[in-house]
Design a protein around this ligand. Structure first.
Ligand SMILES: Nc1ncnc2c1ncn2[C@@H]1O[C@H](COP(=O)(O)OP(=O)(O)OP(=O)(O)O)[C@@H](O)[C@H]1O
Ligand SMILES: [Mg+2]
Length: 251
């Protein structure tokens, strides 16, 4: 059974892309076959795996449009399959907005994928059409949350969108969990915020918190997963622990 997981938060810079790369790489170390999909025109996921988005002939935009095949678009990087993004994707929100079935383009593409255990979808920082495509294709949602900038309002909007998708187009969709990212144990504010989160979300919050660790940012700029760049770092340990939690949840 292939698990399709969307990494979503409309707030920028909360660790979506970092989590997709390193959960993907962590699951691969657990002998899982992983496909990552970059749904952000910024192409940060693509660059984080050392692939130069500006040099690609085909990327996810062409695939969603039906102008390239899966084989033409699919790459392999660091033991992971990747459907890369490019700046062209910025046009998709407007271009696709009047098309019939526009929320299911990605779902249709992913139906051709086989020999993969996990598909992780990296979403842009908004709740637009690309995020809607991810929610329509996915079975599970992961929400990375950064403590300092915790916005209950933003989270409510996000949960409301998931709920609507759930009721209208994808009844199988479940929120699998909230990932605390960029966690700094030394800050009292964080401890308070996470006490609140625990009270509020209970088991929805993963037990593993992802600590703030500069090696995670460095790894991305070197185009490597954390397990290659700094296998003994806090970042590597935290993402490895999180992967075990995700894997044992099964489906
Ligand atoms: N745990 C961490 N410790 C230190 N730096 C981190 C950590 N997680 C992410 N970062 C860095 O913070 C920045 C934002 O992270 P990331 O790109 O993963 O967020 P994002 O939610 O995908 O952002 P966007 O919404 O713009 O796509 C990046 O520079 C990344 O390297
Ligand atoms: Mg990102």
């Amino acid at each position: 059974m292939m698990r399709i997981i969307a990494m979503i938060n409309q707030k920028g810079g909360v660790g979506k892309t970092t989590s997709v790369v390193n959960i993907g790489a962590g699951l691969a170390r657990l002998k899982q076959r992983v496909l990552l999909v970059d749904l952000d025109p910024q192409a940060h996921l693509t660059y984080s795996l050392g692939v130069r988005a500006e040099e690609l002939d085909t990327a996810v935009y062409d695939l969603l449009k039906g102008e390239a095949t899966l084989e033409e678009t699919l790459l392999t990087a660091h033991g992971l399959k990747l459907i890369p993004s490019s700046i062209d994707l910025a046009a998709a929100e407007i271009e696709f907005s009047t098309e019939v079935g526009r929320e299911a383009f990605l779902k249709n593409v992913l139906q051709q994928v086989n020999e993969v255990d996990y598909v992780l979808l990296d979403c842009p920082p908004n709740l637009g059409l690309l995020t809607l495509n991810a929610l329509t294709a996915a079975g599970e949602v992961l929400i990375p949350l950064q403590a300092e900038f915790l916005s209950t309002k933003g989270l409510q909007q996000l949960l409301a969108m998931v709920e609507k998708v759930n009721q209208r187009v994808n009844p199988g969709l479940a929120i699998r969990g909230i990932i605390a990212t960029l966690y700094d144990q030394r800050l009292r504010l964080h401890n308070e915020v996470f006490e609140n989160l625990r009270e509020h979300f209970g088991k929805m919050l993963f037990r593993t918190f992802i600590r703030r660790n500069v090696a995670l940012a460095e790894a991305a700029s070197f185009g490597q997963p954390i397990f290659e760049y700094a296998p003994n770092s806090h970042g590597a340990r935290d993402y490895a622990a999180l992967c075990k939690e995700i894997k044992t949840m099964g489906k």
